[in-house]
Design a protein around this ligand. Structure first.
Ligand code: MG
Length: 207
């Protein structure tokens, strides 16, 4: 069946995804902190707000919402003891050889290419911030899927941010070059509507 776009349904899906993350103890700011951890070294002027913005854009994507909904559902069912054995025990105990939690997280990471992939590996190893909390099994909560999902969202947002900034840097360099190449105003043709804006100025207006 062909996919149909229903704005209300898509909005509801994102809201449900966000509310599930909140219910499981993860805020957008928590994920943004991970993005800051991953990217601050490369962008010293990076702010938490810019990280929040990129996390939100990642969470807008349907396939990422689907991965979050699926992973959290499995965590919840394991917490309630409702899965079939031996899957129940494997997920409830976060068994090291299970590995499907990492595979599901790759569905998120893969959307944003190789930078996302390397950032995911790094954040998974270091387990900063919220990831450390999610990996604490002392309270009986099951976050077998959620810890990988959160790391993957952060890695995807870090990749998005890196690509956006690289694109903006290239655009700025292009604008500077255009401005330098623009002939002095005395060489320009007279105009009835005043001086022509430079290509650089037009570029700025478009951004
Ligand atoms: Mg896990």
């Amino acid at each position: 069946m062909a996919y149909k776009y229903f704005p209300d349904y898509d909005k509801a899906l994102k809201e449900k995804t966000l509310s599930l993350l909140t219910e499981r103890g993860v805020s957008i700011e928590d994920i943004a902190e991970l993005v800051l951890f991953l990217q601050k070294k490369y962008h010293p002027d990076l702010t938490l707000d810019e990280c929040v913005y990129n996390v939100n854009r990642v969470l807008d994507k349907r396939e990422i919402q689907n991965a979050i909904l699926t992973g959290i559902q499995l965590d919840l069912l394991a917490e309630q003891g409702k899965l079939l054995s031996p899957l129940q025990e494997m997920i409830a105990c976060d068994e090291g050889l299970y590995g499907i939690d990492e595979v599901l997280a790759l569905a998120i990471v893969n959307v944003y290419g190789s930078i996302g992939f390397t950032n995911y590996g790094y954040v998974d190893k270091m387990k900063p911030g919220i990831l450390q909390k999610l990996n604490d099994h002392s309270q009986g909560d099951v976050h077998t899927f959620l810890d990988d999902i959160v790391g993957a969202i952060a890695a995807a947002a870090a990749s998005r941010l890196a690509h956006t900034r690289a694109h903006k840097g290239a655009q700025d360099a292009e604008d500077t070059k255009d401005a330098e190449d623009t002939p002095p105003s005395s060489d320009a043709s007279p105009s009835l509507t005043g001086p022509k804006p430079s290509i650089a100025e037009i570029g700025k207006e478009r951004r």
